[in-house]
Design a protein around this ligand. Structure first.
Ligand code: CDP
Length: 262
């Protein structure tokens, strides 16, 4: 890891140059941040869990035809990904009012929405990732009309699938945030086209996941709201997904895995 050239360091991940052109290595750190990095902590094992959970989710989504940047997991903390140009938008999909939507619209957290809602926020930490309208996206050229349509369609498809996937293990998918990138595709005539693909990660850091029976939070809100047991909750998500062995979900997370790699 340390011998590779670092391309970018974010709050929870580092990107390194990949072994081949057009690839990167995505490294999952244990760092947790919230409220625009005003709150920070190191949560032992979080990076390992998010690497595994995101791998699992990306592979399932590929199976249903969603193009993603994921190529393969390299080890406990790293995955090989396709290099893309990140579209500077966070795409949020909500099924139940929570977080900023509950606050902004005066809804009680936990209110089921009449239909799933897709929102766009501009990726600008210095501005606190503000909510933007499609008009803004087009006016400022952050994405084309076709790209916005593709992102919305893919997000709703991902939402449908993930609701079912998490529902199957007794978890309600309240909301999630995803990011998309543009992948260069060289056509037969030599021209280069862009394909919009799913990038970044999907993990309990970027989703709200509530236990179906008890509404217990199993996501980053445990960190944001000082509820404790953050890695234990992430471990339980991984265990229910079948990524970790059943017996490991007792007390401190044991992060060895079902498959024998690494
Ligand atoms: O998380 P917060 O209450 O600040 O914002 P939200 O708009 O209610 O977040 C909606 C969903 O997107 C939650 O599942 C967040 O965890 C996720 N999110 C994220 O992963 N990264 C952000 N920068 C903002 C939201």
């Amino acid at each position: 890891m340390s011998r590779r050239k670092q391309i970018y360091e974010g709050k929870a991940k580092i990107l390194y140059e990949g072994p081949e052109p057009g690839t990167l290595v995505q490294y999952f750190k244990d760092d947790a941040t919230a409220f625009n990095a005003q709150k920070k902590a190191i949560l032992d094992g979080k990076g390992v869990l998010n690497n595994r959970i995101s791998e699992y989710v990306m592979l399932r989504l590929e199976e249903i035809g969603i193009p993603t940047h994921f190529i393969k997991r390299l080890n406990m903390r790293e995955q090989l990904i396709k290099k893309v140009e990140i579209i500077p938008l966070e795409v949020i999909c909500r099924n139940v009012a929570a977080g900023t939507m509950a606050k902004r619209l005066g809804l009680e957290e936990g209110t089921k929405l009449p239909r799933s809602v897709v929102e766009f926020c501009l990726k600008r930490d210095d501005l606190g990732d503000p909510l933007v309208a499609e008009e803004h996206i087009h006016t400022f050229g952050w994405a084309s009309h076709a790209e916005v349509d593709e992102m919305i369609a893919m997000t709703l498809r991902i939402n449908d699938y993930l609701r079912g996937m998490f529902g199957g293990i007794g978890i309600n998918l309240i909301d999630f945030k995803i990011e998309f990138g543009r992948l260069d595709i060289t056509m037969e005539n030599g021209t280069v086209a862009h394909q919009v693909i799913l990038a970044d990660e999907i993990s309990p850091d970027s989703c709200r996941l509530w236990d179906r029976e008890t509404d217990r939070k199993m996501d980053k809100d445990r960190f944001r709201r000082d509820l404790g047991g953050v890695t234990e909750a992430y471990t339980e998500v991984a265990t229910r997904l079948g990524i970790l062995k059943e017996t490991q979900n007792k007390g401190a997370p044991n992060l060895s895995v079902v498959s024998n790699d690494d």
